[in-house]
Design a protein around this ligand. Sequence first.
Ligand code: HEC
Ligand code: HEC
Ligand code: HEC
Ligand code: HEC
Length: 182
Amino acid sequence: MRLFAVLLGLMLASPALHAGDFKYVGAKSCKVCHKNKKYGDQWTKWLNGPHAKAFESLKTDKAKEAAAQLGIDDPTKSEKCLVCHTTGFGQGGYALDAKPAHNAKFEGVGCEACHGPGSAYKKLTVMKKISAGEYKPEDYGMVVPTEQTCLQCHATGKGCPFEKEFDFAKMYPQIAHPLPEK
Ligand code: HEC
Ligand code: HEC
Ligand code: HEC
Ligand code: HEC
């Protein structure tokens, strides 16, 4: 009984979750708060930017023609294209064998493609404590994105027929969505 109490005490004392506990929830889960002007409206900035339409781009004639030359019938059904044009591909986000309603949440490069799976950090109390520096982002599955995050998809040499050069200093300002100055 006493051992049980000690173990329970240890468990309660460490609020951090483990890697496998973090799940992709989809960008709409962030919209509730991050469309708020008070917090900087990152949602609208993202929605009007290139990443939100990354899945739609795979449906264009241009995409289909380029894919055909690589022997790919339908780029919206090929892992070779989806890996960078969706969110959390094969990691619990978009998946070829998942239901359409699940995949709909992960079309395009959503918030979590850069910020990490949101199931644990999307809670208001957690978000505020991370923002205040009281909680470590990584303990809640949050990645603090850097240039390395971009290079997982940009200028990789891994098969995008439309790959361009990547210059973080020029590209980042095009997608920046900061919190308002305090
Ligand atoms: C329940 C409301 C809520 C939800 C849902 C939410 N956030 Fe937040 N988020 C906040 C608040 C509040 C802040 C802190 C704003 C401030 O400090 O002014 C914040 C801050 C952040 C920060 C900055 C953290 C830092 O280090 O300062 C990031 C990044 C972020 N949110 C990403 C996301 C993502 C991605 C999602 C969806 C998976 C999400 N948030 C869902 C309310 C929310
Ligand atoms: C999960 C993959 C992925 C990550 C991570 C990613 N991007 Fe992208 N990015 C894309 C895709 C795919 C497109 C093309 C969208 C379209 O037009 O369909 C794109 C387009 C862009 C564009 C539009 C200009 C262009 O070249 O077409 C900019 C700017 C950009 N990304 C900046 C960034 C920056 C900065 C980061 C890192 C903070 C980043 N991206 C991280 C996949 C990614
Ligand atoms: C390694 C990640 C990655 C893979 C794999 C990938 N893409 Fe891309 N794609 C990108 C990025 C990043 C961009 C934005 C252009 C840039 O900055 O390089 C992009 C842009 C595009 C665009 C928009 C081009 C434009 O000028 O509007 C189309 C269409 C596209 N990709 C189709 C495909 C197809 C089809 C496949 C599969 C054969 C594919 N991509 C595979 C990362 C990828
Ligand atoms: C292509 C990658 C990418 C995507 C997609 C993305 N972000 Fe970000 N986000 C970043 C980067 C990079 C920063 C700057 C990180 C820093 O300042 O430390 C950032 C910063 C933020 C911040 C402000 C942090 C601060 O301290 O000012 C918030 C809040 C945020 N993102 C929320 C979101 C939400 C919500 C979405 C989706 C609607 C989203 N992001 C989509 C890469 C991305």
